[in-house]
Design a protein around this ligand. Structure first.
Ligand SMILES: [Ca+2]
Length: 257
């Protein structure tokens, strides 16, 4: 499993078709964990796959390994061969190099959607928490809603050719005003609302950011991500099987309160 050069992802999907999506999911409320190590390229490699839904998973680093050199690369990597129609929902991705990478030689009309995902990065590793069409310029469409992207070293990079829909997301890149690059420009904290309705900046107030199963990425009462998500696209259950919404509205991220 850990031999570099043999395995590029712990999971890879061949994909489905428009009438028969492939779904890779944990049981509702059960949150299976994919833990990588040893320079693994990605926990899940979806290059070349289409019509795939991935949800209800935690993706992190093997907590038995602590040396920074042994961090693996990407959480979910969609790169290289043409892909389209990929939906990522209720994922909790943390303590890896790049949470989500889409760098895709895509088909016309390729659509990628990310909803109610939590990405927590470690800025000491000098990586992007998410990048999309960094090396390739095919004009894909990307939608991100109700997602929390926190503590990246780099900003969230969305290439200038991407048709980008960005609504009700919480960004937190402390120490630098620039949070997102998209549409051929950067967006500072004060400019996030120009990206789309409901985009905000702030510390997510996770209960316990930590490695593996010892962490708790529910957000504390008072988090700016609570009750300010959109109902559009929101899954009916949170990662822990809590019914959405709770309280005064839908929350951002993988959980709900
Ligand atoms: Ca709520």
């Amino acid at each position: 499993m850990r031999t570099l050069g043999v395995l590029i992802g712990l999971l890879a999907a061949a994909g489905g078709a428009a009438h028969a999506w492939v779904t890779i999911t944990g049981d509702e409320g059960n949150r299976p964990i994919i833990a990588g190590r040893d320079d693994l390229f990605a926990a899940m490699f979806l290059g070349g796959a289409s019509y795939v839904c991935v949800r209800n998973l935690e993706i992190t680093h093997d907590a038995a390994v602590w040396a920074p050199a042994l961090y693996f690369r990407g959480g979910i990597d969609i790169a290289g061969s043409p892909s389209s129609h990929i939906l990522l929902q209720k994922l909790y991705i943390h303590h890896i190099d790049e949470g989500i990478v889409i760098d895709d030689d895509s088909l016309p009309g390729a659509q990628f959607t990310i909803e109610n995902v939590t990405v927590h990065d470690n800025p000491s590793r000098h990586a992007y928490p998410m990048y999309v069409q960094y090396g390739l310029s095919n004009p894909i469409s990307l939608t991100i809603r109700n997602t929390v992207i926190a503590n990246g070293y780099g900003l969230v990079y969305i290439g200038p050719t991407v048709s980008f829909t960005c609504e009700n997301n919480l960004f937190y890149r402390p120490g630098d005003s620039e949070q997102v690059e998209a549409n051929g420009r950067t967006y500072t904290i004060a400019q996030l609302s120009q990206l789309g309705g409901g985009n905000i900046y702030g510390a997510p107030l996770f209960i316990l950011p930590a490695w593996g199963t010892t962490g708790d990425y529910h957000m504390l009462a008072g988090s700016p991500g609570i009750d300010v998500g959109t109902s559009t696209g929101a899954p009916p259950f949170a990662l822990d099987y809590t019914i959405r919404p709770q309280g005064a509205g839908y929350d951002m991220g993988a959980y709900e309160r």
